[in-house]
Write a protein that binds this ligand. Structure first.
Ligand SMILES: NC(=O)c1ccc[n+]([C@@H]2O[C@H](COP(=O)([O-])OP(=O)(O)OC[C@H]3O[C@@H](n4cnc5c(N)ncnc54)[C@H](O)[C@@H]3O)[C@@H](O)[C@H]2O)c1
Length: 393
């Protein structure tokens, strides 16, 4: 039987666009034809197009005329307008994390450190409402590209919860490394915040997802977040910070450390750490403490493979693991990092939805709960960590 044909476009030509096109081309559930790309400059559009053998589009509109699916791989501040344009044309937007947020008041001298976090929350919630209204009016739907939901460790825990009907009492987790590579990261008006949103969204969404899974398995209804208490710090901006050059330290107006503590509707809890100050490669994990079992999901590093390299230069051409500072000595080498992070599984699942109508695990409701939790977290952090209610949309 021939597979349904799907025409795809990509907006953005950076880090995320690269792993999206790789994963789209590996999708099995549909016959995916990647038509073309549009990015901010003609030079970046042309070089990405040439590298991947696809067409370069100088205008987004021209690309939208030829596709059924759009991979939205651009800075967070642009997710809403581009995803809404796609939805209005009945095109499925696969939107990178975070779904959306608050990107300032438009003033050129906007400074996230001085901004009202209550206004930030109001703005972020309004953005989600506009996106979900566009989705409700469209024949397409938002596919929220939160890869943690599709990571093999998180999906195995989903199976355990579904089959054992376990009750999660506490989850704790982290996403951390020594600093994001993206030039837009560090500017609130492009990223919508710092570590709390940029990194915290990953383990937070996985925790919110697993609690939804638990509720569905136990009584047919999601358990959603109710309140949050959070702290945010800019450690690399402290006057006494000792800069040894190992940690990125040129952020403009964002936090580089966050702690988010969520209470769910049933009174159970999750605690998530997110930071840009951890050496030794990415540190991405989630531990689930349920009444009937305990699981540790190690997304990265994992010890599935370990290498010892006595001479740094021997591994010049060998990719070892994300953001490791040195390749000399012992390393938790990743044999297939994209797979451990859930990237190909996420894109496969989205193309199954597009081509066959499969239900979406990482949908706009999960994305909305994440954004609502994070911006109530920013309000809480601004009040020294006082608990804040979370608005569910
Ligand atoms: N899931 C993950 O683990 C993961 C990892 C990295 C990035 N991301 C997300 O992917 C998105 C992109 O991040 P990135 O790391 O690829 O950034 P990047 O800086 O590497 O690339 C951004 C791209 O956006 C393009 N762009 C900027 N403004 C544009 C505009 N007005 N019109 C068209 N294109 C425009 C740029 O030309 C560039 O190609 C962000 O939302 C980020 O949070 C997710």
């Amino acid at each position: 039987m021939s597979k349904p044909k799907v025409r795809t476009g990509i907006v953005g030509a950076g880090f995320a666009a690269s792993f999206h096109i790789e994963a789209a081309r590996r999708a099995h559930g549909a016959d995916v034809n990647v038509i073309g790309v549009h990015a901010r400059t003609d030079a970046s559009t042309d070089s990405f197009a040439a590298k991947h053998g696809i067409k370069a589009f100088a205008e987004l509109d021209a690309l939208l005329e030829q596709i059924d699916v759009l991979h939205v791989c651009i800075p967070p501040a642009l997710h809403e307008p581009v995803a809404v344009q796609a939805l209005q044309r009945g095109i499925f937007p696969i939107v990178e994390k975070p779904l959306t947020g608050y990107f300032g008041d438009g003033a050129p001298d906007f400074d996230g450190r001085e901004a009202s976090m209550t206004d930030a929350r109001t703005g972020a919630l309004a953005s989600i409402e506009r996106m979900r209204a566009a989705e409700a009016a469209s024949k397409a739907c938002i596919l929220y590209a939160e890869n943690w939901v599709y990571a093999p460790t998180i999906q195995k825990e989903r199976e355990i919860l579904e089959k054992t009907k376990g009750q999660i009492l506490w989850m704790h987790g982290e996403e951390a490394h020594s600093g994001s590579h993206a030039p837009s990261y560090g500017h609130w008006n492009l990223a919508g915040g710092g570590a709390m949103i940029g990194k915290g969204c990953h383990p937070l969404t996985a925790a919110l997802y697993l609690k939804k899974v638990e509720g569905r398995a136990r009584f047919g209804q999601s358990i959603r977040p109710a309140t949050v208490t959070a702290r945010a710090h800019a450690l690399t901006q402290l006057p006494d910070f000792v800069d040894t050059g190992h940690i990125r330290a040129d952020y403009v107006d964002i936090e580089d450390f966050a702690m988010i503590h969520v209470t769910f509707q049933d009174g159970t809890i999750a605690t998530v750490f997110a930071s840009d100050i951890v050496l030794g490669g990415v540190h991405n994990w989630l531990e689930v403490c349920a009444g009937n079992h305990r699981t540790i999901c190690n997304l990265n590093p994992s010890n599935q493979m370990q290498t010892y390299n006595p001479v740094e230069s021997q591994f010049d051409e060998v990719y070892v693991v994300e953001k490791i500072g040195t390749k000399q000595g012992w390393a938790n080498t990743a044999p297939d990092e994209d797979h451990s992070h859930g990237f190909p599984q996420e894109i496969e699942a989205f193309y199954r939805t597009i081509a066959h109508g499969d239900a979406v695990e990482s949908d706009s409701e999960l994305a909305a709960d994440t954004i609502a939790t994070i911006y109530s977290g920013y309000v809480s952090a601004g009040n020294g960590g006082a608990a804040e209610p979370i608005t569910l949309l």
